[in-house]
Design a protein around this ligand. Structure first.
Ligand SMILES: CC(C)(COP(=O)(O)OP(=O)(O)OC[C@H]1O[C@@H](n2cnc3c(N)ncnc32)[C@H](O)[C@@H]1OP(=O)(O)O)[C@@H](O)C(=O)NCCC(=O)NCCS
Length: 168
């Protein structure tokens, strides 16, 4: 039976639990080199995440089950220019809650919030070896645009998007 999941915005007091989830997500990306893992964990270290998540342009949703954080998705809007595009930085679901629709719930909720706020697009990148993530986003109606070579820390990245407006 699927667990009951509530989706809402993260609260400041939940940042330590969020950081734990984030670390778990980074460490579980398939085939990340130890160097890349280290660099990502440094880039998104505690004080940086805390600072960025509390910015106005940040929107971080969390999935709660039995009072615990079991998933998150976090990104930034380009609010100062109101250009309607949301960049998703990260999504992660704790291992024991995967394949239960948690990512799907987070993303559908995110899309609803963004549509209400007149955003017309979500975009992000996926590591080419992260097939699990690609399957998740394809199942949710996202499409891969292009492979960007020699990108984050010199590795390739796949750029994905979904239009939130009615007309594609
Ligand atoms: C990618 C991730 C967020 C997916 O979360 P999830 O809650 O397990 O995804 P869902 O249960 O909502 O899956 C939605 C659909 O995606 C596909 N999917 C998800 N995980 C899959 C897997 N391991 N293998 C095949 N298909 C998968 C399926 O179609 C699935 O629907 P189904 O279970 O009804 O068949 C999760 O695996 C994760 O946290 N991975 C580590 C961090 C990461 O890679 N983040 C992405 C960085 S871009």
């Amino acid at each position: 039976m699927k667990p009951s999941i509530q989706i809402r915005e993260v609260q400041v007091k939940e940042i330590p639990a969020l950081l734990k989830l984030f670390r778990e997500a980074v460490l579980s990306i398939p085939d990340y080199s130890p160097k890349l893992r280290k660099l990502f964990l440094h880039k998104y270290r505690s004080e940086i995440v805390r600072k960025r998540i509390t910015q106005k342009s940040s929107l971080c949703l969390v999935a709660i089950s039995d009072g615990k954080l079991v998933g998150f998705c976090w990104g930034m809007s380009a609010k100062p220019t109101q250009d309607g595009v949301y960049w998703m930085n990260w999504i992660g679901v704790t291992k024991s809650y995967r394949r239960l629709g948690v990512a799907g719930k987070l993303i559908r909720h995110l899309e609803q919030v963004l549509r209400t706020n007149r955003f017309h697009k979500i975009w992000f990148n996926i590591d080419p070896k992260n097939k699990r993530s690609a399957k998740t986003f394809r199942a949710l109606g996202y499409r891969q645009l292009v492979r960007v070579r020699n990108h984050w820390y010199g590795s390739d990245a796949l750029l994905w998007e979904k239009s939130l407006s009615k007309k594609k």
